[in-house]
Design a protein around this ligand. Structure first.
Ligand code: R5P
Length: 284
């Protein structure tokens, strides 16, 4: 077995390599003068099971994944597993309006062409796994996020909406604390409403857990509500920290005490490693 880390996911590939005691294949990647990407795998991977690790965000990393898949196939690998820590385009998982693509399906179709197996982490909706024509699995970051939050003496874990309640419940079981959810209504892509809910958060350390922080709007509104209710410390934790635009400013201005995310998308908030959640798939 060999592991190949794409540019977006080098650290996760290294962590997996250590955890699974499997070598990392050496790759070269550079840009042609017109900015097209060149990649080359330097190790002999013919006849091997090769695990490619690459987040499909932002867009250039998608092309890199396709090229890596093709290079691995052309080199005669016996089996190809594709690990996508953050599956970009997964949120456009249906035609919300006539004329739109099902972007998650378009991505899944192309990735499936050169993969025997796909593994992703906390997809926005589990049913996107059915878009892959190859075997597709997901794993959850909750255990690792909860282990981190346990050290922060969290009294309560909240989901920012009812749909995410199961995630909050799982985290609360690891932390041994209460759990609940906020009442969120999405008005459009950038506007949401968080209705106050009767929650006893006074003087408590509260963690809000979500799959994604994008614009930060959901979390910022939730933090404001909790602070209004007298919460002592509010931690926000997510699997995928996109932190688009001024998301971080929004969170800190709302009174957030700490921002925590995994390293599926690398940022200064990637305090939780995702490799331990992925590794079990490859342990015999
Ligand atoms: C929505 O259902 C997701 O779970 C997240 O709550 C959402 O993607 C967060 O987006 P934003 O940070 O832009 O509010």
């Amino acid at each position: 077995m060999y592991i190949i880390g794409g540019t977006a996911s080098k650290t996760i590939a290294e962590d997996l390599s250590k955890e699974l005691k499997v070598p990392l294949a050496e790759t070269i990647s550079k840009r042609f003068p017109d900015d097209e990407l060149y990649i080359r795998i330097m190790d002999d991977i013919s006849g091997e099971h090769v695990v490619i690790v690459q987040t499909t965000y932002p867009d250039p990393n998608i092309i890199e994944l396709f090229l890596l898949q093709n290079a691995v196939e052309e080199a005669g690998a016996k089996e190809i597993s594709v690990v996508i820590p953050y599956f970009g385009y997964a949120r456009q998982d249906t035609k919300f309006k006539e004329g739109e693509p099902i972007s998650a399906k378009a991505m899944a179709n192309l990735i499936s062409l050169s993969a025997d197996r796909v593994i992703t982490v906390d997809p926005h909706k589990e049913y996107i796994l059915d878009f892959f024509s190859t075997s597709a699995f997901s794993c959850s970051a909750i255990t690792e996020l909860a282990k981190y939050l346990k050290k922060k003496n969290v009294d309560m874990v909240l989901a920012p909406d009812k749909g995410a309640l199961e995630r909050a419940k799982q985290a609360s079981q690891i932390i041994s604390c209460d759990f609940d959810y906020m009442e969120k209504t999405r008005i459009d892509g950038t506007t949401i409403e968080i209705k106050p809910k009767k929650l006893d958060t006074k003087n408590k350390n509260v963690a809000i857990i979500d799959d994604i922080i994008s614009t930060g709007g959901t979390m910022a509104k939730s933090i404001q509500e909790l602070k209004k209710n007298g919460a002592k410390n509010v931690f926000v934790a997510c699997t995928h920290g996109l932190f688009a635009g001024n998301a971080v400013k929004k969170l800190t201005s709302a009174g957030c005490n700490e921002i925590i995310s995994t390293d599926t998308i690398k940022s200064k908030f990637s305090k939780v490693k995702i490799a331990p959640c992925i590794a079990p798939f490859f342990k015999k």
